[in-house]
Design a protein around this ligand. Structure first.
Ligand code: FE2
Length: 419
């Protein structure tokens, strides 16, 4: 028996007038201001609230969540000490323990309206504990979450002996994307070799690429240039992502000017992790202190796809993080200075549509007739209100069914006098 739902008084992005959404068998059947109420159709009044596609977190380390207290503290607060601390504490976990933490990370993100996550999983571990756990979880959550897995060599493809072979094995086991960390390799030449290897593996196994790239303030770290060039030459730019690219934020303008044109040509995607990188970078600066994030605004203004991500949740790199993409967006648009009226209207794209483009899932993402009826409802009546109030979400809907509803807090007391 087919099920139909009519969501009335819906406010869609960029539209002044309210509209209605008819969902049939989990698919957006019709989106129009004048849809008649049919017999047997469930009517849901959204009272003018803003409806947007689900949040996307395109860069997350689910195998690391809630491991901050497992080993020695990251005293320097740097990326490199974080890697060392993780290396010391990993290897003491079972697949079941790993799954438990992965699930708690996913639950936190989903309760904040996320329905698509790309997770990097450390495969510089011959037992593949994290990967086995993540692959099982990916199958188990398939109906409610788009979960992509990156075969990520946290300790290097070459700095970790046999790391390149472990990445290849992880792809054979079912990982969706090739990862890399060229700025962590022991010499520039090895870093370059790892980028060649990543692109080569992506072509060989028909996989996506997402490299941690230049996550340092060192302006000499320019692996992004090579990643983009190789992706361009192979014609896989739109399937390739450069994560972090912090050093590009410190690059000089003439270099950046030339690179922007090449990024546009390849179609490469960028992910910036604003809370993580403002915390980790600039650690060797005295004052003035760099912000540590890439050139988000310039990339955006040049028509290059860029999005924001959470990256960490209480791990050796970052002590906080709760999967709230609105908080990530809030930090990101401040750090990137993207708050003109036009920018505020479109800023939500940075944690929704642009993330979906990065993950190459746009065939099944977005509020369009014929696509799966996946969306979230914000406790706001406009994009401005959503951003200004850091609006929470009141519902997350997947295939036309509520994953959950949240009732906004009720305020009572003398403050009522101020109405
Ligand atoms: Fe990361």
């Amino acid at each position: 028996m087919s099920s139909t739902k009519l969501f009335k008084n819906v406010r869609l992005k960029g539209q002044k007038e309210l509209t209605s959404i008819l969902v049939e068998d989990g698919v957006f059947k019709k989106i129009s201001a004048d849809l008649p109420e049919q017999a047997g159709c469930e009517i849901i009044d959204l009272q003018g609230q803003l409806v947007i596609p689900p949040y996307v977190d395109p860069h997350m380390h689910l195998d690391y969540v809630f491991t901050a207290g497992l080993g020695e503290e990251n005293g320097s607060g740097t990326l490199f000490e974080g890697i060392q601390r993780w290396s010391e504490s990993k290897g003491h976990m079972t697949v079941e323990q790993m799954k438990e933490r992965i699930y708690s990370g996913i639950r936190k993100e989903m309760l904040n309206g996320v329905q698509a996550i790309r997770t990097h999983i450390d495969v510089t571990d011959p037992t593949f504990t994290g990967l086995k756990a993540a692959l099982e979880v990916r199958d188990e959550v398939n109906d409610i979450l788009d979960l992509q897995i990156v075969a990520f060599p946290q300790e290097g493809m070459y700095a970790y002996k046999g790391g390149d072979e472990l990445v290849e094995e992880a792809l054979k086991m079912g990982a969706d994307c090739v990862g890399a960390i060229p700025h962590f390799e022991l010499a520039r030449e090895f870093g370059e070799k790892s980028v060649h290897k990543a692109i080569g593996l992506a072509v060989k196994y028909d996989k996506l690429v997402d490299a941690h790239c230049d996550e340092t303030d060192d302006t000499q770290s320019r692996f992004l240039e090579l990643l983009n060039a190789l992706a361009l030459m192979e014609g896989i730019g739109t399937r390739t992502t450069a994560s972090h690219t912090c050093s590009f934020g410190s690059a000089d303008n003439s270099y950046a000017f030339r690179m922007m044109k090449l990024f546009k040509k390849s179609g490469i995607n960028f992910i910036s992790c604003p809370t993580e990188n403002v915390y980790l970078e600039g650690r060797q600066d005295t004052y003035p202190k760099r912000r540590g994030i890439t050139r988000v605004k310039e990339l955006y203004d040049n028509g290059i796809n860029v999005c924001f991500a959470q990256d960490s949740m209480s791990d050796p790199w970052y002590p906080l993080g709760n999967g709230n993409m609105m908080m990530i967006l809030d930090h990101g648009i401040h750090l990137a200075q993207m708050m003109s009226p036009e920018e505020i209207t479109n800023d939500l794209d940075l944690v929704t549509t642009n993330g979906a483009i990065t993950m190459s899932i746009t065939d099944r993402y977005g509020i369009e007739e014929g696509k799966p009826a996946n969306f979230i409802v914000l406790d706001a009546k406009s994009e401005f209100e959503a951003i200004c109030e850091r609006a929470g979400i009141t519902a997350s809907v997947r295939h036309g069914e509520y994953l959950f509803e949240k009732i906004p807090a009720k305020v009572t007391g003398a403050i009522d006098l101020l109405k």
